[in-house]
Structure formats: C-alpha cells, structure tokens
Ligand binder design. Structure first.
Ligand code: MN
Length: 255
C-alpha cells in the first residue's frame, strides 16, 4: 500500500510527523506538504507565482517534499510530477484543530483530501480537537488503525472520510461515531482594534457554543468524547432539487 501524506499545518508540523511514523509501519508513505502553514486556505491553488519544491530532512532523515503552495497544490503536484507511483490513498493531517461543521469549508486539510477523491483515490482527512496537550501520537495510532481496518476499497472512490479526534486523554476516548456534518454556522463577530498609528483593524472571532447539542453531528460526537467519522463528497449539486428545477430547461435562443 502506498500513501500520499500531506497537511495544511506545514511539513514540520508534529501531527504530520506522528502520522507518518505510524503509517510507515504498514505502508510506503510519500510526504508532499506545504513548507509553511496553510491553515484555512481552503481549496485554493497557486496561479500567480511559481511553485518550488524542496527536499526536507530532519536529523538526517528524509521527511518528504516541501512545496511553497497550498495543500491542494501539494496533492496535484505530487500526483502529476513528484510521485513515481499513484498512491492507493491520500491522507491529510493530523491537523491541529477540529475540522467539523462549516469549518470543513475553510479547511486546507480537508481540501487536500478532496483533491485525492476528485481523481478517484480513497482519501481521508484527520484532525485533532485543540486541547491543553494535543495527543498526536495517540491520535495517529487511532487514524492508522482506522486506515488498516476500514474497507476503503468498498467506499465510493469519490468519498472523503473526515476523521476528528476529541481533545481528551487517549484512555478517555469512548469509541467511534459515524456522523453527519453539522451545517449550523458559529456566532461570528469581528474584534475591532487600533494599531499604533491609530488605524483600525479586525480579528475574526467565532463562538461554537451550542453547536454540539444537535444529535448525530460531528460536533456532538467530539463533545461526547467520541472519534467522529463523516463520509463527505465534493459534489455540491442539490440532487433533491434537480427534478423540480429541470422544468426550467428551455431550448432555443434566450436573447
Ligand atoms: Mn491546519
């Protein structure tokens, strides 16, 4: 089994290295990841400057290829140019910070997994909820175990598994819940501050309180101490509306 491993926290992030160590026990792991942190860049790609690739080592060990771009750039470049063989799986993470609810739409971690699913490679995004001391090694073991046990070959090839690990001690994790994505937005606000020259600037803030109340959701599973697995797809078509809207189909000249 060959795995392409990437992330959005950058190639030096502890979550990526923890996952690489675990996955290397059962798979050939190729790392292609952003050189610098790219959190919340979503599915952006680089169009207006060249992409450069550098080989990254740590303590004399080759870690992988660092790219001065976004997570989606990394997967595209890996598949098209850098890897000698097509991977059996694309894995993105482990991200520091849960990717649940509408946050998924901003996530570079999830976007990288979507890139894999777009070309029919089973893909998984993994994140850990922010806590006092993120347990990357334990989370990596959980994700590695899932990858070994899940019947990935049976999944629709264009599905992404979005895995989130709660911020509790490994011994306190209650199990796994298959969930749906919460679609409720957080309470957002902008904190307006003043710079040293008297100009105003803004920090976005978001309050996620209350979102975990909705049963069956990713937020809910994390709140209850479960690992959340949400199957996702990138087809944004509203299939339920297609039959009704198809009445709008018209032929001929609309001008
Ligand atoms: Mn991140």
């Amino acid at each position: 089994m060959r795995i392409l491993l990437t992330n959005d926290d950058g190639i030096h992030a502890p979550g990526l290295l923890a996952l690489k160590n675990v996955l290397a026990g059962t798979a050939a792991v190729d790392v292609v990841a952003p050189i610098a942190e790219q959190s919340a860049v979503g599915h952006s790609i680089t169009l207006h400057r060249p992409l450069r690739v550098i080989e990254i080592e740590r303590d004399g060990d080759f870690i992988g290829y660092g790219v001065n771009g976004a997570p989606a750039d990394c997967v595209k470049l890996a598949l098209a140019e850098l890897l000698k063989e097509r991977p059996d799986m694309v894995v993105s993470g482990i991200n520091l910070g849960a990717n649940v609810g509408v946050n998924v739409l901003y996530s570079g971690t999830v976007a990288a997994a979507v890139e894999g699913a777009m070309v029919g490679i089973p893909s998984l995004a993994a994140s850990i909820e922010i806590g006092d001391r993120p347990q990357f090694d334990a989370a990596a073991r959980i994700v590695g175990d899932l990858i070994r046990r899940l019947p990935l070959a049976e999944l629709d090839q264009h599905v992404i598994l979005n895995v989130n690990v709660p911020a509790v001690l490994p011994s306190e994790i209650k199990g796994i819940r298959v969930t749906r994505q919460s679609t409720r937005p957080p309470e957002e606000a902008f904190d307006r501050r003043t710079d040293p020259r008297g100009g105003g600037y803004y920090w976005i803030t978001a309050d996620f309180d209350g979102l975990a109340e909705e049963d069956g959701t990713d937020f809910n599973a994390l709140r209850d101490g479960y690992v959340s697995i949400t199957p996702m797809h990138f087809d944004m078509t509203c299939h339920a509306l297609l039959p009704r809207l198809s009445k709008w189909n018209v032929g001929g000249d609309l001008a």
